[in-house]
Design a protein around this ligand. Structure first.
Ligand code: UTP
Length: 292
């Protein structure tokens, strides 16, 4: 099996759940302490052995490209004022991986966004990391999926249990446990409307590894829930034919696509960041003491 070295990060959604900020700032650029959300995601991919990354953007998201480009003026100024550490940090962002961009010209859904990566994948299997889902932990979440790719089925989905009130926000899936946190997935359904439509307690969360066959399926996938071309609908064809593997990944996931997830990420990662940990801890204690 060829090593998986390519990753696609769809980042072309409209981010309507985090308006009004997303009117002018892509949700993928929302900061968590001092880094934009998408930088954590690129770091996760790189830590998993990914060398080539395609970020799917759209109009108004050029700031993502700037973030992964060199910044000659800033770098010259940091060099002049001998801010070596800052210079190193700024330069490292651009040199982390071979990052390229393509635009999704119309926001027609996640499946449509992933289809833009057909030429990039060049017939090879590839990883997909949703641009608004940050997952922290010892082993990169996408590595946990890559490690089982090809073992039990043709693709791998990252899964987590979600509270019942959240079933309708994700893709639900039918699973049978194989061993530990690994499951065989034989069916899936995007955003189930009623509890009867839910296939298990598990939902598809933010990370998948796909065979290149997905593109041929996406090309004929009709719009589904919300009138969008859904990645889940295309993956379902693989699940019900060859079967897919599902991995209940170990890690903490922050959904930057909603306001509470953004706050959670900043509080929890702020408590781990050396520049903010102590001050934030004291602040939260004082604040919490005054809450009723
Ligand atoms: P979401 O469903 O969270 O994105 O898609 P959204 O449409 O921005 O969200 P809301 O509901 O309007 O707030 C998950 C990922 O897929 C990308 C998003 O950028 C996000 O990273 N996406 C979604 C695309 O790239 N293109 C699309 O057409 C839709």
């Amino acid at each position: 099996m060829k090593k998986i070295t390519k990753a696609v990060i769809p980042a072309a959604g409209l981010g309507t759940r985090v308006l009004p900020i997303t009117k002018s700032l892509p949700k993928e650029m929302l900061p968590i302490v001092d880094k934009p959300c998408i930088e954590y995601i690129v770091e996760e991919a790189v830590a998993a052995g990914i060398t080539d990354i395609l970020i799917i953007t759209n109009r108004g998201k050029g700031v993502i490209e700037d973030h992964f480009d060199y910044s000659p003026e800033l770098e010259a100024s940091l060099a002049k004022s001998k801010k070596e550490a800052e210079l190193k940090t700024v330069r490292a962002i651009s040199d982390m991986a071979n990052v390229t961009f393509i635009r999704q010209k119309e926001t027609l859904g996640l499946g449509h966004a992933v289809l833009r990566a057909k030429a990039f994948a060049g017939g090879e299997p590839f990883a997909v990391l949703f641009g608004d889902g940050v997952i922290t932990g010892k082993v990169p979440a996408i590595k946990q999926l890559i490690d089982v790719y090809g073992e039990f089925g043709e693709g791998v989905v990252g899964i987590q249990k979600v509270p019942a009130e959240d079933f309708s926000k994700y893709g639900s899936l039918k699973v049978e446990n194989i061993r530990d946190n690994i499951f065989k997935c034989t069916d899936m359904r995007e955003k189930p409307k009623t509890i009867e439509e839910v296939l298990s307690l598990y939902s598809i969360i933010d990370r998948v590894v796909l065979p290149a066959r997905i593109f041929e399926i996406l090309e004929r996938t009709k719009p589904g829930v919300g009138g969008e071309i859904q990645l889940t609908d295309a993956m379902r064809e693989i699940a019900i034919t060859t079967g897919m593997t599902a991995v209940e990944f170990v890690g903490t996931r922050y959904d930057l696509g909603n306001k509470f997830g953004f706050l959670q990420a900043n509080i929890e990662l702020g408590l781990q960041h050396p520049d903010t940990a102590d001050q934030l801890k004291d602040y939260i204690k004082t604040l919490a003491a005054g809450l009723v």
